[in-house]
Design a binder for this molecule. Sequence first.
Ligand code: ADP
Ligand code: MG
Ligand code: MG
Length: 876
Amino acid sequence: MSTKYVYLFSEGNGKMRELLGGKGANLAEMTNLGIPVPQGFTITTEACTRYYEDGEKIAPEIEEEINQSIAKMEEIAGKKFGDINDPLLVSVRSGARASMPGMMDTILNLGMNDEVVVGFAKKTGNERFAYDSYRRFIQMYSDVVMELPKSNFELIIDEVKEKKGVKLDTELDAEDLKELVVRFKNYYKEQLNSEFPSTPHDQLMGAVKAVFRSWNNPRAIYYRRMNDIPSSWGTAVNVQAMVFGNMGDDSGTGVAFTRDPATGENKLFGEFLINAQGEDVVAGVRTPQTIDELKGIMPEIYDQFAKIADNLEKHYRDMQDMEFTIEQRKLYMLQTRNGKRTAAAALKVACDLVDEGMISEKEAVLMVDPKQLDALLHPQFDAKALKAASPIGSALPASPGAACGKVVFTAEDAVEWHNKGEKIVLVRRETSPEDIEGMHVAQGILTVRGGMTSHAAVVARGMGTCCVSGCGEVVMNEEEKYFELGGVTIKEGDYLSLDGSTGKIYAGAIPTVSAEISGYFGRLMGWADEIRDLKVRTNADTPADAKQAAEFGAEGIGLCRTEHMFFDTDRITAMREMIVSKTEEQRRAALAKLLPMQRGDFEALYEALGGNPVTIRFLDPPLHEFLPTAEEDIIALAKEMNITVEDLKNVIASLHEFNPMMGHRGCRLAVTYPEIAEMQTTAVIEAAINVKKAHPDWDIVPEIMIPLVGELKELQYVKSVVVKTADKVIADNNSDLKYKVGTMIEIPRAALTADEIAKDAEFFSFGTNDLTQMTFGFSRDDAGKFLDAYYDRKIYESDPFAKLDQDGVGKLVEMAAKLGRQTRPDIKLGICGEHGGDPSTIEFCHRVGLNYVSCSPFRVPIARLAAAQAALKFPR
Ligand code: ADP
Ligand code: MG
Ligand code: MG
């Protein structure tokens, strides 16, 4: 049977998202529910895939199906495409499986040409409206299909307005718009050396191809990478009969949510514009009215809409985000989807839906995107400081959170300053999809134009970035990079603070405080904790980090990098002394200085975790991270060590490594200098004994982790030093302390020989940063230089250091876990690389049966939720 590439809305349904895309599936579902939806059809995502397979061409059989579907539409509408008396006009809309707001391009009023517009004007009795629709079509088609910049058309409009001496688009009459159409078409011809396509069929095929192509435009690619959407999915194309919100004051268009997407409050929330086409609301060009005001203007339409909204929410059992158009007092629904929302709203909506009996606790856990929680875990403004500060202005609280940073005026500057390590606030007249990368790196976004559902607001909420929008009082000077607000001039580089929850804008920097888990957040995390199989530990090197992680629910430390305890200026000297020692005697002297520092830190770590397991990794400093390079540091160190500067410089030179990442580090240090392992063991064990004395009821079992092992005998040697030292300390203290010795699996050879390694390792922790580096054969410090080219050429879809490469590195993990268990069935398995906080990696860890994941403190709640979702999707 041949594949069907085109479905009428009446032939599809909501479950066909993969084939029809989200928008198409929901349009079909609404059609089936009897909700008023302009009729149309969907060209499938498979047609998009086929388009690329065929070398960016639409196969004849697909074109034929499209033609047949147009014929069916004509039959239903009783109008014909290109009819000069009563034409059928359509919109062409993209729609991927996962919603990508503002990412893909839409074309309205397709089917217009010089003859059609005359008939359309007669039929609607409104010449101005007809020509306005026509010139919009030429603009959109030129922009989306032919990539002629929109702004050049705006310049032509400005010229015509100036000639006429008017300011507003609405002051242009039918004759002016006719002139615009002529000028637009001339401009098109000038630029492209061809006539603007006049047959509706050519226009349609051009538009369909453009939607397929837009799947691979840079902002779509960037959005996909940010949201883990595979590029193989493709987008569907929806072709739909036009309805017109711009037919006069009894028409309009709007967007609405069934609940407040910023707070989650259960109340219809949205906005609309009278006498406008959909684009105008989303683009944020005119400032719209709230949905409540519709009640006063067209009460019967409001009631009908509210009822549909309620039904849709009950039907989908989730908050809906809807687009609608009113054409001469008749309501049409143009879209519905599960609404994007802030993290706070996501939690409230999930809990409320459980309380309303609409969903189960498990469904609530599945409903919240773990990555989104990040926004709630980051600092809020210090309440006192906030009270004392007086705002210079305020606007719409479009996306909550506290932002404080230096002002920049373009998305490119935002990226550039961010790369230099600056925290920035992006200030724009309005944002467009091209700005997405700059928005992503900004602490906060301030826009002059736009409403709660404008591009900036929707995108910022999706990213969890603070956004204040529609501040019309701002007097902008984008060119010279400053703006004025409330009598204050803010220049590029000045500090600005934004409160995304109140919409208030402050000059200067307002201090922030950390967040806590309570209320809806705590409730949802409680459900998640009951469901998950994976334990969640944290990577913490300092007592402060450990405390923060424990507050976020960490159930232990999976990785304490002991060398990180020596980054402080007052400690690094002792560490350097140890590294550059030439004799064992010198080294022992330096180690003696380090011992009390380590012991104290370990005590504080055990205390912070309240008796939960703590894995301490022995020293693993790639030497280049610690050697002094500044002259003054070298002089100071020489003095401390009582050697000459020249002597020290010679030692440093002799320690130079060509490839420190693969150099004298990890357990190789302990193999050459066993006294280092002795000191660290002493510190770990003594600290545990001391803390146990203070808390006899805590069951402290320190876990000593030997890094960078690749060979069983290597582990055995270091372990023998550890055991000898530990047993002596325990005996000397008359203690009965138990401890474990295990290893990192971070060198491919260790994974390959994991059955051997497990003979002596009591636990494995997958160090997936190094394992990724060693498996791919590229340095994690240098990969940034070339990975972008790999994304551009679609060789990699995501950063293998952020999201575990399950096909390659993951295979090693899975194999090592299996081999390890063969030798030692009760071996404890965890992951402690950066990947431990990435939801897709967590799902992988759950599936291969690890016992725990360990991640940085701020990702602990994310990991708890992701682990619960993994357990629901893949019951063990
Ligand atoms: P996006 O995915 O960016 O929201 P849409 O395909 O939803 O893009 O289209 C953008 C806007 O165009 C919508 O807000 C809608 O109001 C308007 N629109 C799309 N199709 C039609 C139509 N058939 N009639 C009237 N307006 C339409
Ligand atoms: Mg839409
Ligand atoms: Mg490592």
